[in-house]
Design a binder for this molecule. Structure first.
Ligand code: RB5
Length: 161
């Protein structure tokens, strides 16, 4: 079955999003373009929320976000359970984000990338699998099922807050 993959950006990521949408279509993905659809000023969170919700709900396996720095999109997406949104500024970072962190949302800092950089980063992220092994438990520890504020020091000392 064709994998559906959502992509979204604000105005700062719009042009690179258009390029990446074409690349994803050419690769055979069923691309869900959430917007934005032009260069008018927009708010990144309006696009990150619907994409992250789909990933968090398991409706899609992965998604792609773009804004100027990648930061606003990643802050927003990472508030959703099960979402691991990684800002990647090189293919090497994208590869490690998959291998070690099982990143299921790729976030691109569009104002700091050429189209060629963006395509290379996307390609590497798509092509790289999670390594599992020692990284499995570390990734599992990201999720919290409560809002307690137990610190790493408290945990290692066996003290519960
Ligand atoms: C838009 O000017 C810019 O602030 C936004 O794209 C992003 O970089 C925020 O994190």
């Amino acid at each position: 079955m064709t994998e559906r993959i959502p992509i979204a950006s604000d105005h700062a990521g719009f042009e690179l999003k258009e390029r990446l949408r074409t690349v994803l279509c050419d690769l055979g993905f069923d691309v869900d373009d959430i917007g934005t659809h032009g260069t008018a000023s927009t708010d990144y969170a309006d696009y990150a929320h619907p994409l992250a919700q789909q990933v968090s709900d398991g409706k899609v396996q992965r998604g792609v976000l773009l804004c100027g720095t990648g930061l606003g999109m990643s802050y927003t997406a990472n508030r959703y359970p099960g979402v691991r949104a990684a800002v990647a500024w090189s293919p090497e970072v994208a590869e490690l984000a998959r291998k070690h962190n099982d990143a299921n949302v790729l976030v691109l800092p569009a104002r700091f990338l050429s189209d060629e950089d963006g395509i290379a980063i996307l390609q590497r992220w798509l092509d790289t699998a999670f390594e599992g092994g020692r990284h499995e438990g570390r990734v599992a520890k990201i999720e919290r099922d409560d809002q307690s504020s137990e610190s790493a020091d408290d945990a290692s000392a066996g003290v519960s807050a």
